[in-house]
Design a protein around this ligand. Structure first.
Ligand code: COA
Length: 352
């Protein structure tokens, strides 16, 4: 029986670190100023979210989401002992694409030097913070059906260029960071139901769509993108808007249900699973999920403290972070649950 196996893992964050103390001093180009620009502070951010710092791309260079994705992909390929030309499908999740269209996966393909007339399939998926688990479900289905044999799955984001650095946008702005993570998925012949990708699920509730959104592109507008720099109200379309409390509650509820369902359907228990790696939106969300789903605290891995919310990249970034720290090892059984705009959610259980 064909099963999906994880051949490689990699991640990348830009060098620039922005601490909570620095955040109030950033202008709308995220340049450091002498004068405080925004009413926020380390204590508020740390207490409400657990975030201590995040990484941003430099604003003096033309670094795009695809560039971060390429760096993570190269690390994952090296980990797998493969070359880019071995890949026959790219799936990329992001909410910060290089441009509106074409999708960002084709830019990654080109930058990896595997474009051309016989270039591999490139998919972009738009499931925000749930992008990586949605992508894993898709990759698993492609491999099990024999459609593709070596899939490069990427989650990559450059948030720093599209945040509202004024006090108006502080609730969203302090949460996000730039980064990318990647996995190489391949096939193995095995009847062991506890090898490779064991379980995936994905769900969505469109009634929550307008609780977290960015309307910079709006098909209802003529032309689609309309912007008057002098109109402060209209400026809102440039930045993400969020109903934080609703998102928080729905995140906890759906992540608990999705995780418990995954265990019930696979027959696995927390004795079998080595690590719970939830999406990194807010440390308080993850603590609540762990409490309600009765997940042993020493099995919960977080990284939001150092990277903020990197949306589609959080799952591979967190696993790779803790692998570098020597905690996560090849062969460990991981349960990842995600929640994001849409609302969307999902759970995957896999052996690294
Ligand atoms: N710094 C300082 N004060 C801030 C602030 C900031 N960055 N952001 C908001 N505040 C203020 C608010 O204006 C409000 O002030 P007021 O009481 O004078 O009106 C106060 O802090 C409380 O705001 P509130 O929105 O009630 O805070 P909260 O406890 O709900 O925390 C979030 C806000 C955003 C941290 C929280 O709602 C959250 O994490 N939600 C989920 C977000 C998320 O996960 N998004 C990604 C989904 S994948």
């Amino acid at each position: 029986m064909i099963r999906t196996t994880i051949l490689g893992l990699g991640s990348y964050v830009p060098e620039r670190i922005v601490t909570n103390d620095e955040i109030p001093f950033l202008n709308d180009q995220h340049e450091r100023c002498d004068e405080q620009q925004t009413e926020t502070n380390d204590a508020w951010i740390r207490t409400r979210t657990g975030i201590e710092q995040r990484h941003y791309v430099d604003n003096d260079k033309d670094v795009r989401t695809s560039d971060l994705g390429v760096e993570a992909a190269k690390a994952a390929l090296a980990d797998a002992g493969l070359e880019a030309k071995d890949i026959d499908c790219i799936i990329l999740g992001t909410l910060s694409p290089d441009i509106h269209f074409p999708g960002t996966a084709v830019f990654v393909q080109s930058k990896l030097g595997i474009d051309g007339e016989r270039g591999c399939a490139c998919y972009d998926i738009r499931q925000q913070c749930s992008g990586f688990v949605y992508g894993l479900e898709m990759a698993d289905a492609f491999i099990r059906t024999g459609k593709y044999e070596k899939i490069l799955l990427i989650g990559a984001e450059v948030h720093s260029h599209s945040l509202d650095y004024s006090t108006r946008g502080r609730d969203v702005m302090v949460l996000f960071g730039d980064g990318a993570g990647a996995m190489i998925l391949g096939k193995e012949e095995s009847d062991d139901e506890r090898s490779g990708v064991i379980y995936t699920s994905a769900g969505a509730d469109g009634s929550g769509a307008m609780n977290l959104y960015l309307k910079v592109f709006d098909i209802g507008k003529r032309p689609y993108v309309w912007y008057d720099a002098n109109d402060r109200e209209q400026n809102e379309i440039k930045y993400p808007q969020m109903n934080g409390k609703r998102v928080f509650l729905q995140a906890v509820r759906n992540m608990v249900v999705s995780t418990n369902e995954a265990l019930a359907k696979t027959g696995l228990t927390w004795d079998d699973i080595d690590w719970f790696v939830p999406h990194q939106a807010n440390l308080r969300i993850n603590e609540a999920v762990a409490e309600y789903a009765e997940i042993p605290r020493d099995k919960c891995l977080n990284s939001i403290m150092w990277y903020g919310n990197t949306t589609a990249a959080t799952v591979p970034l967190t696993i790779d972070h803790w692998r570098r720290e020597g905690k996560v090892k090849k062969g460990d059984l991981i349960c990842s649950t995600v929640f994001g705009a849409g609302f969307t959610w999902g759970t995957a259980i896999f052996r690294l």
